[in-house]
Structures are given as C-alpha cells and as structure tokens.
Design a protein around this ligand. Structure first.
Ligand SMILES: *Cc1c(COP(=O)(O)O)cnc(C)c1O
Length: 377
C-alpha cells in the first residue's frame, strides 16, 4: 500500500547550506540574514516593510498590541480558523467577537461584519483560509466606515491575491507563519508585513524586549554601546538561522505554488463528479495560494470516511473544528453549538488531503482512489 504522509517540507541542500553558513559565522541570531529575508519578503509581497518573528501567533499578538488593542476592546474574527487566531486576541486582553463564514468558501463573511460592530470594536482580523483571501476590499471599506484597524491572518496565504490585492496591501498588518507544515518553513517562524514605516520600527522594538535601537546596533556592530529600554516589549525575534532556511524557499515559492495548484486541479477534477463530496469554492478574481485541499463530506459520516482514508495509508487532517466550540472557549465565554452554523457545518464536514510539491504521481492517484473507496465502502 502506498503511504502518503499528510505533509513533507521541501527543504533542499541549498537551504541547508545557507543555514550552515550562518552556523559557521560568529553571530547566529537576528542580524544581516534576517534583514535580507525581511527585504526579500517585503519585495515579494509588494508591501513596504516586513519584520521577522519566531511565529505567526506572536505576529498577530504584536500587531494587535502595537495598534493599542487591549482590555475592554473587541476584535471581530472568524471561528473557522486555528486557535492561534483568537488566542492572540485573548492574550492582549481584548475579546474575540466571532462572525460566521461564507457557506461556500469558509471565509469570514464580509457582509456580516457591520452587525457585529459595537462602540468597543477596534479591529477586524480576517483569516485567508486554505490559501484563499478574504474579501479585503469589502473588509477594509467596513473598517474605514467604523474607524477600525485590519490585521490579516495570512498564515495560509503568502502567495495569494484577490481583486489585485495581496496580503498586507490593504490591511494595517498581515501576519505570516513559517511553521513546519506551511508553504515555506523553517520549523518555527513568522513575520508581520506593514506599509507604515513607523509601525514597522515599533514592531522591531517590541520583538526584542523594547530595547532602544542602539542595542540592535550593538549586537551586529561588534562595538559595545549602552542600551536603554523605552517600552515594555516581548521576545520573539527571528534568528538568522531561521531566515537562512527561508531565503531560497521564497525564491522558488511561485514554482511550488504552481505545482500545488496542478495537484489541486487533479483532485478537483476527480472529486467534482463524485457523489457525497463538496469542494471549497474559490472566490472570484483570486489567486489561490493552494495551502490546503479540503473536501466536505456528510458530517454524520466524516469521521468514518476520514478513518477509512487513513487506513489506506493517506495522512489527513481537519481544518478546522471551530474555535468557539473548543472547551476553553465554551466554558470561559459560554459559546454553544448553533451560534455560527456555517463554520460548524464546514468544521463537521471537512477532511484535508495531502497537498505539497513532493507528492508523486502515483501518490496523487492513490489519494484519489482512497477517497473514492472510503466514500463507497
Ligand atoms: C499555523 C497558523 C497560525 C499559527 O502560526 P504559528 O507560526 O505556528 O504561530 C495562525 N493562524 C493560522 C490560520 C494558521 O494556520
């Protein structure tokens, strides 16, 4: 039986060589290689500035904090995401206010934002789920009408675009993940992209304890200089080892996206005619970053079908069981089933299949056959 792991990264000799080069150098944390990656990422996105961090959860948290969001504030977001999205809001002291998703594509429903706005609302936090961008034009129009910030969770969507707009081009900040299973990865890593230079400088101070910039110069310059601490910061600066692993992956990101798109097309063709399967819709005028390929099956059979696919040696996952139904959120905030029916319906029907450039032709065929057999059996 063909074994198909749920995910394999594409770290190659080239990436390893760059990381080794850093390891052989005298300075192995935030320095010139991180700066090189930040420039490359900003250029790739067409956004003024990027700040390298240890993960996307910290990126979301730092962005919200830098925008002054805290206790007493509300942030509108989607329940159909990884828990990190809403947890980052909670860590600032603010309250996540969930808005249900579009039934077809699972993205935060921009049409329902305004009914969730209160005098305490400070920001909207859309998630570009599966690699498809939320409707940033409508979201930023709503934000402008109510004087809100927009922080994008773009952990799935490095390569995405919609209506000619990319992550970070309309939002106040866009947050990226380079976690072990993301489109480019260094095991753990993240970044935040912003258009505003002053906000970028503030984030760079916040990622390193709140130390004055002279401290950063001290680290890279070699000559000792006193430093001061001007604000209370955190500790989530990207290291040059992480940055070295990402530089080459960013150079080949489009070729790898194209390969995932090709595999997604194969899946789409195979499953669109299949009884008992629905596919996630692609919004108009979109470039899909093709991060995850999720199928929707009858909720009452989901776990059975998932186990049957797994039994054929195919790795699967679920994106996502909604955040508001997690124990902590239910018990702390009193969320109940039925509050966000579209997110719950997708969460109960979803099965995510392997999607990465290293999948071989016979593995792709085996995934297709396994889904078919699992549904019939
Ligand atoms: C992976 C992920 C995160 C968290 O990323 P980390 O880098 O692991 O902190 C946040 N949001 C979404 C949608 C994710 O998939």
């Amino acid at each position: 039986m063909t074994d198909v792991p749920f995910y394999l990264h594409s770290i190659e000799q080239e990436d390893i060589a760059r990381a080794v080069e850093v390891l052989r150098s005298p300075f192995i944390t935030t320095g010139s290689v991180t700066a090189e990656f930040e420039s490359a990422l900003a250029r790739f996105l067409g956004v003024g500035h990027a700040v390298g961090l240890t993960n996307c959860t910290s990126a979301l948290f730092l962005a919200l904090k830098a925008l002054g969001i805290g206790p007493g504030d509300e942030v509108i977001t989607t329940p159909l995401s990884f828990v990190a999205t809403a947890n980052a809001i909670l860590h600032t002291g603010a309250k996540p206010v969930f808005v249900d998703v579009d039934a077809g594509n699972g993205l935060l429903d921009a049409g329902r934002i305004e009914e969730a706005v209160t005098p305490r609302t400070k920001a909207i936090l859309p998630v570009h789920l599966y690699g498809q961008m939320a409707d940033m034009r409508r979201i930023s129009e709503a934000a402008d009408r109510h004087g809100l910030q927009v922080v994008e969770d773009a952990a799935h969507a490095l390569e995405a675009a919609r209506d000619g707009v990319r992550p970070g081009q309309l939002g106040t900040a866009a947050c990226f993940s380079f976690y072990a299973t993301k489109n480019i990865t260094c095991g753990e890593g993240g970044a935040v992209a912003v258009r505003d230079g002053a906000l970028s400088a503030k984030l760079k101070v916040a990622r390193l304890h709140g130390l004055s910039s002279s401290a950063e110069r001290r680290y890279s310059g070699g000559r000792y200089e006193h430093y001061d601490m001007e604000v209370l910061g955190y500790k989530c600066n990207m290291s040059d080892i992480q940055a070295a692993l990402l530089l080459h992956q960013l150079e080949v990101v489009e070729a790898r996206r194209a390969r995932r798109a090709q595999i997604g097309k194969r899946y789409r063709e195979a499953f669109s005619a299949l009884d008992g399967v629905a596919l996630i819709e692609t919004p108009p005028n979109s470039t899909n970053a093709c991060h995850l390929f999720t199928i929707l099956v009858e909720p009452s059979r989901r776990d059975l079908v998932l186990r049957r696919i797994e039994a054929r040696g195919v790795g699967v996952s679920v994106h996502y069981r909604p955040i508001h139904l997690m124990k902590y959120y239910r018990e702390t905030f009193g969320f109940r089933p039925g509050m966000y029916p579209e997110a719950e319906r997708i969460g109960a029907a979803a099965i995510t299949l392997p999607l990465y450039p290293r999948l071989r032709e016979e593995q792709i065929s085996h995934v297709v056959e396994s889904v078919r057999a699992a549904l019939e059996g």
